[in-house]
Design a protein around this ligand. Structure first.
Ligand code: MV4
Length: 458
């Protein structure tokens, strides 16, 4: 087993990795920016190294500082967490060349899936259904129109270097193709330094369903039952659940097989997530994330696995301890508690946590770096805590979620806690009618001091 792991991250995910290390008897090294000097990840790790000033570009994204920290501390491996350097193929390659193990797939697999157009081709070649659209990238508006004539409108132009919803443009008809192509390419060039775009038929009223995979790099791939991540706001996931509500067993099996087939064709190693859009009983590949995701605990709860410890075991060359078709039981839901004010257009909040009492009891898990008196720095993302509940069925998970959210007290900053309660009270949500437009099609209001959602259309 690897003896010492450096965690190139902060917040709850740094704690999550430290916890797995402890249980495995692996030493942990935290890195922190000067804004995180009072953070729990610095305190709970066996050792810590300051890597720079508050801006992420000078600390958590500072490759030379992180590699140096690994060298001075004698860490044999780096766990990148999510965000920051987790999907940076160049960083993975520098780790490989510096003789420190990157806990994740090869830089080649990261690069292949990081190019969303190449990912689409790879998926199609592995027999995974992709949305009808272009073969490779489109280099002119005429090419976009050729695809439109073939697969029909509306179309969606996407940045090859994008992902996560950045730089997308809907094209309703042939007349809009030119302007949309020019705008999408320009936007992609400005945002990612690469103006390449590809095009797909634009699917509407869809669900976002994803499959967690774990691969040992020696030909064994585990594909877990799905997570539904449809409840999101502007491409930021808010609530994830497993299993997906109203999801046929036959589709589940096909989706797990498709994800496993893609991972096998990539000779994948470690944890990854294959994302699909699901609409009208059919699913299509959209992207693969080559990292551990925020919502991984949902799968951990239903499948009874520790994905982070599996990642470390795989990176140590010890293989994985889960079967290729893991089973799941009950229903798990994750609520992302962000430092954002839902009543003020989700404006991020920074400042001191005056009061903090997380919920407890059966079927409740809280992954968080908060403590009373902690100061939320303004420099990083707004995730404060993840509340994960697990119960025998979806109704039970909803009741447990309401109970735990009611118990959860955070004072000093506004959070998304009341929004989650409003979602759990929503009739459509209770019926399992989830789709990516769920929040956009509802209005937030306050009645007697309680946040409520009302459908915009009858
Ligand atoms: C789509 C789509 C409709 N049609 N592709 C958004 C993020 C990126 N991962 C892909 N996304 C989408 N791709 C086609 N062909 C709709 C979305 C989309 C979406 C996908 C998943 C979760 C939330 C979403 C919200 C808006 C749009």
């Amino acid at each position: 087993m690897i003896g010492k792991v450096l965690i190139a991250n902060r917040g709850e995910i740094a704690l999550r990795v430290i916890r797995a290390c402890r249980e495995l008897g692996v030493r942990s090294v935290a890195v922190y920016s000067t804004a995180d000097a009072d953070s729990l990840h610095r305190i709970l790790a066996d050792e810590s190294v300051c890597i720079g000033p508050p801006p992420a570009s000078e600390s958590y994204l500072n490759i030379p500082a992180i590699i140096s920290a690994a060298e001075v501390s004698g860490a044999q491996a780096i766990h990148p967490g999510y965000g920051f350097l987790s999907e940076n193929a160049r960083f993975a390659e520098i780790c490989e060349r510096s003789g420190v193990r990157f806990i994740g797939p090869s830089s080649k697999a990261i690069a292949r899936m990081g190019d969303k157009s190449a990912a689409r081709e790879t998926a199609a070649r592995a027999g995974v259904p992709v949305v009808p659209g272009s073969e490779g990238t489109c280099s002119s508006a005429e090419e976009v129109m050729r695809v439109g004539a073939e697969v029909g409108y509306p179309l969606l132009i996407k940045a090859a270097a994008g992902g996560g919803g950045k730089g997308m443009r809907v094209v309703e008809n042939e007349r809009e193709a030119k302007a949309a192509f020019v705008a999408a390419s320009r936007e992609a060039k400005a945002a990612f330094g690469d103006g390449s775009v590809y095009v797909e038929r634009y699917l509407e009223r869809l669900r976002h369903v994803e499959i967690q995979v774990l691969a040992d790099g020696r030909g064994r791939v585990a594909a877990f039952p799905e997570r539904d991540c449809s409840i999101q706001r502007r491409h930021q996931k808010l609530l994830e659940e497993s299993p997906a509500p109203d999801f046929p067993e036959e589709v589940r099996t096909r989706m797990m097989d498709a994800a496993a087939s893609l991972a096998l064709s990539l000779e994948y190693e470690g944890a990854g997530t294959v994302e699909f859009v699901y609409s009208g009983g059919e699913f299509y590949f959209i992207e693969m994330n080559t990292r551990l995701q925020v919502e991984h605990p949902v799968t951990e709860m239903v499948a009874g696995v520790d994905l982070v410890s599996e990642q470390i075991r795989i990176a140590s060359g010890e293989g994985m301890s889960v079967p290729e078709r893991p089973t799941a039981s009950g229903c798990a839901m994750e609520f992302r508690i962000n430092a954002e004010d839902p009543q003020k257009n989700f404006i991020p909040q920074a400042g001191q946590v005056e009061f903090y009492t997380p919920p407890g009891g059966p079927g409740v898990r809280v992954d968080s770096h908060l403590y009373p008196g902690y100061r939320v720095p303004p420099h990083y993302d707004s995730l404060l805590a993840k509340l994960i509940v697990h119960a025998p069925d979806r109704d039970g998970a909803i009741r447990r979620g309401v109970r735990a959210l009611d118990e959860f007290a955070v004072a000093g900053l506004e959070t998304t806690l009341p929004l989650h309660l409003a979602i759990l009270e929503d009739k459509g949500f209770r019926k399992g009618e989830v789709y990516t437009g769920f929040l956009a099609e509802r209005r937030l209001s306050v009645e007697d001091g309680v946040l409520r959602l009302t459908a915009l259309t009858a």
